[in-house]
Design a protein around this ligand. Structure first.
Ligand code: SAH
Ligand code: SF4
Length: 473
């Protein structure tokens, strides 16, 4: 792959800034003094990061961010395509916005993200949601100013979906971050792995790494602003650098990030087990800034299913990786993703997955019922598993893991945990919540002034999904 081809030229980015000014002028000519923008986000952290750029552009165009869609002048729905459930939710929300458009004819509604990059979904929206102004695929995000300007002056529906296989990288766009102390930083985009169940490579294009200089300067800036947690994002962060002209990999990037001054923690996701290297693990072990938490998606504990999934590792090599991590960092927290009910999964295959949960003793798992994705190899495999069997296995999986997570939480009793305080608990607003280095939720009483700061908490209670404790002054 020729790198120059994937990076959007500075001229093209400048052109979008000109469109931002044009939209701003158009809004300025209206009677209204404030124009509200609302972005609804589905799916993974990459989508959340994309939405922050989308909001950044909207704010630069003169809009004011709102969390209430009912008073919005523009609504963007950023969709996910990883499972059907996420698509149906995005379509349902999009459907609910129809009545807002009926009340306010000038309301602009755009739909973007992974779902719309699929031809059949584009057709669905085109035919069933005539009030949507425009659709744009993930590689078109940077052109939002132009897309919006065109919609404002032409009032004609438009589709900007030419993702192509390759995808692109757009630097220098404004960003409106959700948090003033936690930040997402994409280090790479796209995926080359083509796991047979997964739609991501089709909707996000091929792997491409950002220049290290861009990443380091973004993090430098965040550290100066006092950000406390930086999460590096990529579909497979271990592929970082493979397409760069110089010899520079993800471990090298982490080492350079850790040299940046500041009281911040670094996290990253996701690591594909086939590419997670000893060098990466050694780099983690050596650097205090890197949280000792590793998300290592297993997907299945059966070697036969892993092969069918095109994952390129087996149980043995996975367990060797886990052993090496624990040898270098004995208290590391390990989490994973599991798919239940992949086509052809037998009871024996499933039991092997349960065995792996017991062997590895994950701190937490994210388990998903297999969802058939149009265009993927697995969607046409024979022996699709009946819904009833998938649900029954899913429940057994959760039960097995809950017992493990519970046991794992008990080890924190009577210890002091340093947590990054995130805000008030949604379930109990009397309490603050934060996360420790291992990403465990911790509830405690304390003043709002602690939000966004580190706090030391003595753990007094351990539940399945969280810990509770007392603030140590
Ligand atoms: N790039 C990341 C994750 C991408 S999607 C990785 O490789 O780990 C996040 C998770 O969604 C995956 O790890 C997988 O467990 C799950 N997933 C992806 N496609 C799925 C499908 N068709 N059905 C159910 N779960 C799926
Ligand atoms: Fe999907 Fe596999 Fe790529 Fe992850 S590595 S995004 S699961 S294809």
């Amino acid at each position: 792959m020729e790198r120059k081809e994937v990076i959007i030229s500075p001229e093209k980015i400048k052109e979008q800034y000109r469109y931002m000014d044009l939209v701003k002028d158009l809004l300025g000519q209206r009677m209204q003094s404030v124009h509200y923008a609302y972005v609804e986000t589905f799916g993974c952290q990459q989508n959340e990061a994309d939405s922050e750029r989308i909001m950044g552009m909207l704010v630069s165009m003169g809009y004011t961010k709102t969390t209430d869609p009912t008073n919005a002048d523009i609504i963007i729905v950023n969709t996910c395509a990883v499972r059907e459930h996420a698509e149906l939710r995005a379509l349902s929300i999009t459907g609910q916005f129809k009545h807002l458009k009926e009340k306010k004819r000038s309301l602009i509604i755009g739909v973007c993200g992974c779902m719309v990059s699929q031809e059949h979904r584009k057709e669905d929206i085109k035919n069933k949601y005539p009030y949507i102004n425009f659709l744009f695929g993930t590689s078109m995000n940077y052109r939002l100013p132009e897309i919006l300007y065109t919609a404002l002056i032409k009032q004609k529906r438009a589709y900007y979906l030419d993702c192509g296989d390759q995808g692109n990288i757009a630097e220098g766009l404004p960003v409106e971050r959700e948090s003033s102390f936690k930040a997402w930083v994409s280090v790479m985009y796209g995926c080359n792995n083509f796991c047979t169940y997964c739609v991501v490579p089709y909707v996000r294009g091929r792997e491409r790494s950002r220049d290290k200089g861009e990443i380091l300067s973004e993090i430098n800036d965040l550290a100066k602003k006092g950000y406390k947690e930086i999460t590096l994002l990529g579909q497979n962060v271990n592929s970082y650098g493979k397409d760069l002209p110089e010899e520079y990999d993800f471990a090298d990037l982490l080492s350079d990030i850790c040299k940046i001054e500041g009281d911040f923690t670094v996290r990253f996701m996701t690591s594909h087990p086939k590419d997670a290297s000893k060098k990466l693990i050694d780099t983690m072990a050596k650097n205090d800034k890197i949280a000792k938490a590793f998300h290592l998606p297993l997907q299945s504990g059966s070697d036969r299913i892993l092969k069918e999934m095109n994952r390129h590792y087996d149980k043995k090599s996975y367990l060797e990786l886990v052993s090496y991590m624990r040898e270098r960092m004995p208290d590391i927290a390990i989490t994973t993703d599991i798919i239940v009910g992949f086509p052809g999964e037998t009871e024996e295959d499933f039991e092997e997955t349960l065995e792996m949960l017991k062997t590895v003793e994950y701190d937490n798992i994210y388990s998903f019922i297999y969802s058939k994705r149009k265009g993927t190899k697995a969607s046409v495999m024979e022996c699709q598993i009946p819904e009833k069997v998938k649900k029954e296995r899913f429940a057994r999986m959760i039960e097995t893991q809950n017992a493990i997570s519970n046991g794992k939480n008990n080890i924190y009793l009577d210890t002091v945990q340093r947590v990054l305080v995130e805000g008030r608990s949604k379930t109990n607003p009397d309490k603050l919540t934060g996360r420790n280095e291992k990403n465990r939720l911790v509830h405690f009483s304390g003043p709002d002034s602690l939000i966004g700061c580190w706090a030391n908490i003595k753990i007094t209670e351990a539940e399945t999904f969280s810990l509770s404790g007392e603030l140590i002054k």
